[in-house]
Write a protein that binds this ligand. Structure first.
Ligand code: ADP
Ligand code: MG
Length: 388
């Protein structure tokens, strides 16, 4: 078990918190503040415990001076000011006298938000390469380090792994919640365990499939990725999206796990016609799973004790091709199936289709969650001390 935020005393201590404030911003306005809202539990806990709080986060990628202008955390500062009932200051530098003075002037329960950690990526990629000097410098500003940036925990950067390797450390509430939910569903020994995979590209998902196919009883495939599997079975998929480079991968998987893999039997086409999978012609483009497929998937899902969903069943952004994805969510919800949803677009589809609070866990980590599901180590979590 990793140390958690509850394992330290904070009164008068300088606490560095690595948050994930990597939010979408358009014309200086935050368009989705979910990640900021999710960070409040950890921040408010530290305020209550009389800490002096230093917040670090990245925002976007910084490869030029222009990127710096576009990716300032100032809008996040304004939002935090609105949400928190304490003094919060913004430091427009990532190091230097000004930052040091702001930190040493902090009173208990006050906060300084430091400018985008990736400003240190221009020009030398110091943050992203986990530069030792930079890590040491940031660590010198605090007494304790809390990592709560779940969506960045698959990266080994100065602002997470670098600082954690120097200071006493722990995970915050957000990482704790994510890891408990993910571990909970993967390690629980209940069956049937069903995986529902969709989305666009197989290439993004092969490692997830490789890891989960061994553990699960059934893997139901929809979305764009099913067409490469269907083509690997010599089915004509018309001009549907196919990833020829992964054809032999699909063939191998179909040979090895023929009992576990369930593929669509009918498809909704771009022209909205529904066709049996064996009747596609060369110009047909598959955009969603069809009604017969939904019935077959339903049979497996209602029996399941736990389900992981990664990837939408169709082009959910363009109705009516959202129907397959929506029907599947409806089945999972109405039958109260223990379901974890992960993946950036999958979470977007959950929100868009109105299933935000319907499931066991919606994992907000995007790429981080995919790496977790692949069974890969997460450097930002691994580096945290174990409980004694
Ligand atoms: P996630 O981010 O949840 O891991 P992906 O990024 O793999 O999911 O895939 C999401 C995208 O897949 C969506 O934008 C969706 O439009 C697309 N998609 C789903 N079904 C199809 C299809 N049949 N053809 C092309 N694209 C599809
Ligand atoms: Mg995606």
């Amino acid at each position: 078990m990793k140390k958690t935020i509850k394992d330290y005393q904070y009164e008068g201590k300088r606490v560095i918190v690595r948050c994930d404030f990597n939010v979408p911003i358009k014309d200086d306005k935050i368009t989705d503040d979910t990640r900021i809202l999710e960070s409040l539990k950890t921040i408010n806990y530290l305020i209550e415990k009389d800490a002096k709080i230093i917040l670090l986060s990245h925002l976007g990628k910084i490869n030029s001076k222009d990127d710096m202008k576009k990716n300032t955390l100032y809008p996040v500062y304004l939002k935090l000011k609105e949400l928190l009932s304490t003094n919060i200051y913004f430091c427009d530098q990532t190091r230097g006298r000004k930052l040091e003075e702001m930190v040493s002037n902090l009173k208990n329960r006050e906060i300084v938000l430091v400018e985008n950690t990736r400003y240190e990526d221009y020009p030398d990629k110091l943050e992203s390469n986990c530069d030792k000097q930079l890590s040491k410098y940031w660590a010198s500003l605090g007494d304790i380090f809390i990592n709560d940036a779940y969506a960045t925990s698959h990266r080994k950067h100065a602002s997470n792994v670098g600082i954690a390797s120097i200071l006493p450390n722990a995970i915050g509430f957000l990482i704790e919640k994510e890891v408990m939910a993910l571990n909970g569903i993967i390690e629980e020994n209940t069956h049937p365990f069903v995986i529902l995979m969709g989305g666009k590209k197989i290439s993004d998902k092969t490692l997830v499939i490789d890891n989960l196919i061994q553990k699960c009883d059934k893997i139901l495939l929809g979305g764009g990725m099913c067409f490469t599997f269907l083509k690997a079975k010599n089915i004509n998929v018309g001009t549907s999206i196919v990833d020829d480079e992964n054809m032999s991968y699909c063939k191998r998987l179909l040979d090895q796990y023929s009992q576990k893999i369930v593929l669509p039997v009918d498809i909704v086409l771009k022209n909205k016609q529904i066709k049996d999978i064996n009747n596609l012609s060369k110009d047909d483009i598959g955009c969603d799973i069809g009604p017969e497929t939904i019935k077959i998937f339903e049979k497996e899902l209602v029996l399941a004790k736990r389900v992981i969903v990664n990837g939408p069943m169709g082009i959910f952004e363009e109705p009516p091709f959202d129907k397959g994805t929506a029907e599947i969510y409806k089945i999972l919800k109405e039958n109260n199936i223990k379901t974890l949803v992960g993946g950036g677009d999958s979470v977007a589809s959950i929100n868009l289709l109105g299933y935000k609070n319907s499931f066991y866990h919606i994992s907000t980590g995007g790429g981080a969650t995919l790496e977790y599901l692949s069974g890969k180590p997460m450097p930002g979590i691994e580096i945290i001390d174990e409980k004694e």
